[in-house]
Structure formats: C-alpha cells, structure tokens
Design a protein around this ligand. Structure first.
Ligand code: GLN
Length: 495
C-alpha cells in the first residue's frame, strides 16, 4: 500500500488530529488541504471518491479555525477533522448518485440528518464515496462509475457496498468515513481493508436522507482506522430524529467512554460467545486461523470465552435475500423517470409508461434489476406466504437465537467475512458466491442489533486483511467498543 511521507497529517488518527486542531497546533484548513492533496495524488489508482468538494470542505474548515481562534469551544470532539461520506446520504452542495446512472448528477434539495449533524459538528466533508449501486453488493463492482480498488492490493476488491469509504480510510485519503450497513456493507469492507466499522443498533442513527435500500435493515454508521475514532464519530451521528419514523428515542450508549475503558486492555468479567454456526470448514483457512488467534487474545485479556449455538443463523442468508429484495422492489419504484435524474425516451413518441420502462432499463445496473425482480416475485400474490412470509418467520427465529445467546454472554464473536478480499472480477458472474460473503454479517441486521468489525491481522494464506466481528444486544453498542478497543490494544499494529 502506498503511504505518504511521515510527518504529514494524513498519517494521524482522527483523535490525534482533533487534539492538535483544538490546541491550535494544526489548523483544520491545513489538515483538510493535506487530505485533498492526498486524494488528488492517489485516488486515480483507487477510485474511492465519486465526487470531491475541495471548496466546500476548505470553507467548512476555515469556519472551525475562525471559531477556535475567537476562543470558542470546539463544536464537537471531532470539529475540524475531515471526513468522506458514502454517496447514499443526501447533500445539498454535492450530487447524490448512489453510484447509479439513474441519479447521475442529481442534487438533493435537502441534507440528510447525518449530513446535517456532521456539518453542525464542524466536520468538513471531503467528498462522496463510491459504493455498489444503491448499496447492493459486496465488492463495489456494481458501481456504475467503475469499481474501487483495495489499497492493500489494487487487483482485489475493497468489499462492498461501502468499498469507497473503507478504501479512502485505508489509503489515508480521509481519517473518518460514513457507511451504511443493510447486510454488512460497513463491516465487510472494514474487514477486507483492515479498518474499523460499526453498524449501530437499528433506529439509533437517522435514516432521514439516507436513500432507502431495504428500510427495515438499513443503518448508517461510523468508519475509522481505530476503535476510538469510530466511537467519536458514532457519538456525533447517533441520536433520535423525529423525521425518521423508525428512529428510537432512547439514550445513546456512551461508546467513547467504553472505547477508552477498553483501551486499558482488561476484559475480566466479560463473557464472550463464539458462534458455532459462524465457524465453518468452508471458510478460508487463513480467516479461521486469524479468528482463533483473536479469540486467544480475548482470553488473555481476561474474558471468559464459551461456545454458543445459534441454530437458525444458517437460514440468515435465504431469509435476508428475500426480505431485502422485497423491500428494494418497493423502495426503488420511486425511480420512475418523472421525479429524479435520468429520463430516457422522452422524445414525444413514447407513452409515460414506456418512458418509465426505458429509463429504468437504461438507468439501473444488472444487480439492481435482479433484486427488483426477486423482490417483486417474492411479494406477488400466491407466493407471498411461501417466500416473504417464511422469511419473516426465520427472521424472528434468528432474533430468538440471539436473545438466548445473550442470556449467557455479553457479546458474540465471529469472523466478519468468510474470505479475505478476492480478485476483481472473480465473483461478478456468480451472484450466489457474492452473497455467500455476507454469511456472518446478515444475522445482526435481521435482528436489528449492533456489530463491529475490527482488524485481526493478515491472513496466513494470502497476506490480506481479516476482520473480527463483535456483536452485542440492541442498545448495548458500548460493549462493542469496550471489547474492540481492548482487542485492538492487545493485538498491536497490523502491518
Ligand atoms: N452485501 C449485502 C447485499 O448485497 C449487503 C449490502 C449492504 O449492507 N448494503 O445486500
């Protein structure tokens, strides 16, 4: 992986940058400029960004610097630290495309709540990151604007759907990023790029202005290179939002305090469950070896480790791939050629229906079309009970497995992904092989629970990054940070 020269602010963590900016040892403007320079220098190689906004980012940075110079308190713990935003959150000053042709150049009339919270926190937004089209995929190859490449090996995928955010972090183009996780799109890219990512408890980060993929599963979340940085960002974006009907009006767990406590590297009294069903011989041997080594580290830290069984997890994949496309088929009906972006065949010779069909045929990529068709079928009369109805029952059984497991343990652990990053192109013609990479991440989305991926080293088989997944009960996101930070401290640097 190419790194810029030492002494430059792109090498620092977000927590370190915030401390220096708030002490006025560095200005937010110079830090933001260093990251913009880095993007200009290296992103041709990675394609992590779909849009870069130098003027807006520098203007936001200057506002932070001026306020600090005037003696004001920082607007947040991360004020002045720049960030990369997944191109699925609306922004009024940059296009929002969801990496789709159907939204090419589309400007939102309003900011997502997450975007607004970042702005209010004094976080300059560097640009919008690449992703699988409408967040459907596990490799970022489904982007209409070309794939993102993994900074650890540019012939390999950066994970998906949030590959752009993860690659931006791993290549030091941004110290912080925002992702979304419907079935693993924050955690799996984190795992394969050796970065950290958290899917918060469903309902604790607003979905207002997050372009909907599967509404009962979608959740925005923080991404960073360290557990503490991720916690700091988590506290900025979480919170009740009356504009999101599924937003929960509950206190947000103290994740920053938990990360700081975890950094003391003591897990005495913490019970960790290893999920038997997420540890299979079909996983890559190097992934299993890394996972087993991580579990040994947790034991050394004083955790009590036991094996637990969640028998319905093996049906997580079929359940998810019915629920998720069903919601997609409904949500993506709004792209009807009348309200947003692209309009094809509007030459006076076609009916409104024909314009809609031509626009959707031209504007959506193959994976999006596949999901719309799968979902429409699963919801159709005569099949609803057999497919969608059954999938919902399995969803309940999975949630019950979690409930039973959490009677015995505080957190559950598994590999984040069964595989390290594969070669670009390797799975594009085999959707099922692509879906199998989500095996370990899907159950938490179906249950609405929080989970994190933290780097667990490089695989002995190919030298590529592996992630440890930590899962916790709903509204206990703080446990992820305590265990994740303790593990990170004991594990030491990755490479
Ligand atoms: N890879 C999963 C899918 O393709 C998850 C996507 C996501 O979390 N947005 O659906």
């Amino acid at each position: 992986m190419s790194r810029s020269s030492s002494g430059d602010s792109t090498q620092l963590s977000a927590a370190e940058l915030a401390a220096k900016i708030h002490a006025r040892e560095l200005s937010s403007e110079e830090v933001t400029r260093a990251h913009l320079d880095r993007i200009a220098e290296v992103d041709g190689e990675y394609n992590a960004f779909l849009h870069v906004a130098p003027e807006a980012a520098l203007a936001a940075a200057r506002v932070v610097d001026a306020s600090l110079a005037a003696g004001a308190e920082p607007a947040s713990a991360l004020a002045g630290v720049p960030l990369a935003l997944k191109d699925v959150f609306t922004t009024t000053d940059m296009p929002t495309t969801c990496a789709s042709k159907i939204l090419e150049g589309w400007m939102s009339p309003y900011d997502a709540t997450v975007t607004a919270k970042l702005r209010a926190a004094g976080i300059p937004i560097l640009g919008k990151t690449n992703m699988d089209e409408f967040a459907m995929g596990s490799s970022t190859e489904n982007s209409a604007y070309g794939p993102t490449r993994n900074p650890w090996d540019t012939t390999r995928i950066p994970g998906g759907s949030g590959g752009g955010s993860a690659a931006a972090l791993a290549s030091h183009q941004a110290p912080l990023a925002i992702g979304t996780d419907t079935g693993g799109s924050i955690r799996q890219p984190a795992a394969v790029t050796a970065t950290v990512g958290t899917k918060p408890t469903y309902g604790t980060v607003s979905r207002y202005g997050l372009v909907a993929c599967a509404s009962s599963l979608d959740q925005g979340g923080p991404c960073g290179r360290t557990v503490l940085d991720t916690a700091l960002l988590h506290e900025v974006i979480a919170g009740h939002d009356p504009r999101d009907s599924t937003s929960r009006d509950v206190p947000i767990p103290a994740v920053v305090a938990a990360a700081r406590e975890g950094a003391r590297a003591d897990l005495a009294g913490v019970k960790v469950g290893v999920v038997r069903e997420l540890h299979s011989d079909s996983y890559q041997p190097g992934v299993l070896a890394s996972f087993d080594a991580a579990v040994a580290v947790l034991k050394d830290l004083g955790a009590e480790v036991i094996e637990v069984s969640c028998p319905h997890f093996e049906y997580g994949l079929p359940s998810y791939y019915l629920v998720m496309p069903s919601e997609v088929s409904s949500n993506l009906a709004r792209f009807d050629a009348m309200r947003y972006g692209l309009r094809a065949g509007d030459d006076g010779t076609h009916s409104a229906d024909q314009v809609m069909a031509l626009t959707r045929a031209a504007g959506f990529g193959p994976e999006v079309k596949r999901r719309i068709m799968l979902g429409t079928y699963a919801l159709s009369a005569g099949y609803y009970d057999a497919y969608y109805g059954q999938a919902l029952k399995v969803r309940t059984l999975i949630a019950q497995d979690f409930d039973r497991a959490y009677e015995q343990v505080d957190v559950l652990v598994s590999p984040t992904s069964p595989f390290t990053p594969w070669k670009l192109g390797e799975k594009v013609d085999d959707p099922l092989a692509m879906y199998l990479s989500d095996l370990c991440t899907l159950p938490t989305n179906l249950a609405g629970h929080p989970a994190m991926s933290v780097p667990s080293g490089l695989s002995v088989d190919d030298g590529m990054p592996v992630g440890l997944q930590i899962m916790a009960p709903a509204f206990a996101d703080d446990r992820l940070y305590r265990v994740g930070a303790a593990y990170e401290a004991a594990r030491g640097p990755i490479a």
